[in-house]
Design a protein around this ligand. Sequence first.
Ligand SMILES: *Cc1c(COP(=O)(O)O)cnc(C)c1O
Length: 391
Amino acid sequence: MTNRFETDAIHHAYDSKDHYDSLATPIYQTSTYTFANAEQGEARFAGEDSGFIYSRLGNPTVKHLEERIAKLENAEAGLAFASGMAAVSATLIALTKANDHILCSRGIYGCTFGLLDIMRDKYNIQSDFSFMESETVLRQMIQDNTTVIYIETPINPTMKMIDLEMVARVAKEYDIPVVVDNTFSSPYLQRPIDLGCDIVLHSATKYIGGHGDVVGGLLVGKEEFISEVAMTTQKDIGGIMAPFDAWLLLRGLKTLPIRMDRHSDNAEKIVAKLKAHPKVKSVYYPFDPDHEHYHIAQKQMKLGAGVISFELEGGKAEAQAFLNKLSFIKLAVSLGDAESLIQHPATMTHSVVPEESRQHMGITDSLIRMSCGLEAWEDIWEDLNQALEQM
Ligand SMILES: *Cc1c(COP(=O)(O)O)cnc(C)c1O
């Protein structure tokens, strides 16, 4: 089918006729599946019969989600995990062996950073971090034993961006797979595979779920790679997704395009207000024309999504005073929910990052990160504004 994104997000890979005419995808809450006879059981284990065997190896509800996310990312195949971190770890472990090297964007999710520490301590897998601001820088950072380039863009929480098309082009020369954590954009706003990248993963907990009620991870890429992960670092490590969680994510995906449009629209309006406020020192948002990487955002993202970071005049005390004055905007980590969520990276999401790296990444003590929700933007601004006035 060659439907448009919005239609695929609702219909792809599901036919009611195969499920007692049920409009919604049924939840196949089963751990195992029955074989008609011994020969069929043998054929399933041999991979000659595509029927299900056991839910750690595949489940119909989960499979619908996997096919749908693959379609939306324009990838050959997809795989669902218990969490974003289960997807990240299964991917990085599949792509490395002892003594390899991983090149990362400077700024990756805190627990991904933690995973790299484990991999270094246990298997001597070293990692380096770079803003990959040019081909030259990228070439300098690639080593003989580099087996993965791992990127987040926009980079949390400073919203710096990496040119995916450029990185993919250079990586191809060295035959190194490029993995993109696309959580902050969602497939509706950014499609790394279309830009030449190889593997895309998500914390589906964020925009794809969209309602703050499920933790999950998704991975897409070439059929060969996805089946390798399915049969090794997923099957044998075991971070699979539950059928109910897949059902919640299928439901979330149906409204992803309209939610992302609204998140982005609200964020753009709030950015304009923040930039004009005297107590706000700087604002970081991909679609802000004053952003240092605005040209990259314009090239590879459809809209700027919902996350805004901004620095207040003052330091940690001022930042905390501001947060404590908010009324309905929720003080919480995570992002991409209907509710606006706000947090203080230096003491929360990035508190484990060593002080020096934090400075290098631009995470100051007065930096605030907000995930702009789906409320009326005027109300979001009124709440921010009264807190700024009172701090
Ligand atoms: C939240 C997040 C993760 C981890 O996902 P979980 O679902 O919490 O395991 C990974 N990468 C990014 C960019 C995230 O925001």
